[in-house]
Write a protein that binds this ligand. Structure first.
Ligand code: A3P
Length: 308
């Protein structure tokens, strides 16, 4: 697919490989040539897979569990979203007060904790030569689809049906394109020594285990007390109340603008559940998602079970 589905119904073209916001083509080279640092930590995900959650875990681990700074400085500043400023044109950027995110990454002090949803082929080339630590997070694609639908309503004012959204998701014409191509590209490099492959489902099932594995990966040691506090900080309830990570302030701005959506849109920290897709996805769509997944996984050996 080389088209992008957009909330206003416009289809935007992108060169083969990935559906993306049209504006991105003006920034792609700059991102490809970004200088990568060896002590960076890159959090890479398809949207809605547990990015914010993982960023918070990784940022705290590489910053000596500095909860004070984590509370005081918004996560979007501590751990910038690399391509955010590359998604919309300059006019929109100015109006929405979106900074030059690539510059923000360039200016950030080491060790940097960088977020990106870009698929492997659009990421900075130096990732594969400098080889900083990369944490990839995958999530059950049905939950991704449902969460992305709500994200579209929240951030882009999408008023179409969930069904239409999922159709676009299956046609791989939503921004960032194919969820399975994204996941599998990183699944294929999961054994590289600088890559860790986590799942949302494991974080839900056994957060301390994922935190321990991530701490080992990042060369951090944790006492049992520190582990306990970190897991509390990372709980859904705590993150939902934490304005540094909840995106509440951005949402308040959006709510101010889109008064017709007040009460109808769910917050960024929405449900944080495994299997929550059942509330939005009809049995017919579920079947279509199953067929899609089976087609993508045929012969691939992707073994991670989502639900017990
Ligand atoms: P839902 O929309 O299913 O609730 P991302 O950060 O990649 O955009 O992912 C957002 C999803 O992660 C949302 O899923 C959000 O609720 C969930 N999430 C964020 N923090 C979480 C936490 N601490 N525990 C569980 N889920 C969390």
């Amino acid at each position: 697919a080389n088209q992008t589905f957009h909330s206003d119904g416009v289809i935007r073209m992108w060169p083969p490989g990935c559906a993306m916001f049209a504006e991105y083509r003006n920034h792609a080279d700059r991102v490809r040539h970004l200088t990568v640092r060896k002590d960076d930590v890159w959090i890479l995900t398809y949207p809605k897979s547990g990015t914010t959650w993982t960023q918070e875990m990784a940022w705290l681990l590489i910053n000596n569990l500095d909860y004070e700074t984590a509370r005081k400085i918004p996560q979007t500043e501590r751990s910038p979203y690399l391509e955010l400023g590359c998604l919309v044109d300059e006019d929109t950027r100015r109006k929405a007060n979106i900074a030059d995110s690539v510059r923000a990454v360039e200016m950030l002090q080491s060790p940097r904790c960088i977020k990106s949803h870009l698929p492997l082929q659009l990421l900075p080339k130096q990732l594969w030569t400098v080889r900083p630590k990369i944490i990839y997070v995958a999530r059950d694609v049905k939950d991704v689809a449902a969460s992305y639908y709500h994200h579209y309503r929240l951030f882009f004012g999408y008023t179409g049906s969930c069904e239409d959204f999922v159709e676009a998701f299956l046609a791989e014409i939503v921004p960032y394109g194919s969820v399975w191509d994204h996941i599998l590209d990183f699944w294929n490099i999961r054994h590289e020594s600088n890559v860790m492959f986590n799942t949302f489902e494991e974080m839900k099932k056994d957060l301390p285990r994922v935190v321990q594995r991530t701490a080992d990966f990042l060369d951090c040691t944790l006492t049992s007390e520190q582990m306990k506090r970190l897991c509390e900080h990372l709980s859904f309830e705590s993150m939902k109340e934490n304005r540094s990570v909840s995106h509440e302030d951005e949402m308040a701005k959006l709510r101010g603008k889109e008064t017709n959506l007040v009460g109808k849109i769910e917050p960024f920290m929405r449900k944080g559940e495994v299997g929550g897709w059942k509330n939005d996805v009809t049995p017919q769509l579920e079947e279509r998602l199953n067929v899609y997944t089976e087609g993508k996984l045929a012969g691939v050996g992707y073994e991670l079970k989502y639900q017990e």
